[in-house]
Design a protein around this ligand. Sequence first.
Ligand code: ZN
Length: 168
Amino acid sequence: MRFLIMVLSTYTISCGSYTIVKPTPYWNEVLAKQYEEFVEDARYYGVEVPPREMVIRADFGNPKQFYEHGEGIDTIGICVIAEQDKIVLGGGRLLPYISAEEWREVIIEHHEEYDLEFKSIVYHEFGHCYFNLPHDDKEWAIMHKYNNYTQLEDWDNSLEYFFGKLYE
Ligand SMILES: [Zn+2]
């Protein structure tokens, strides 16, 4: 049984109890640019994105360890939503949370920063963090649990479906 996993420098996950420190507000400029494009794309589909500050920190890191704690899947991005007594990891997995402070954070594992796959991953995490979107069963959906490249085959259609979900 794993008792302690260090994630970045400010996170401590311990087995049974879960302590997580509210991150220092910070936005990586590549991700800030992605946010601006997200707002523009959303506007095209008639969707208003909440203010950027809703996510207090967006940066590159190693989110894999969050998932190793419970799911052991390979992942390249995560949205952390801390609220009341729980932490919601992107996709809806719940972990106990002992602080009452509320905040949201996006972490993208660093790899190619400017291709469409990268954008798809970032939009996926923004979907969780800005719109509380859950995962979608459709393989080509941006909110599908895995980035499997089919999201990129018809990006405009994937985008339309993504923002269309917000009207349901
Ligand atoms: Zn997800």
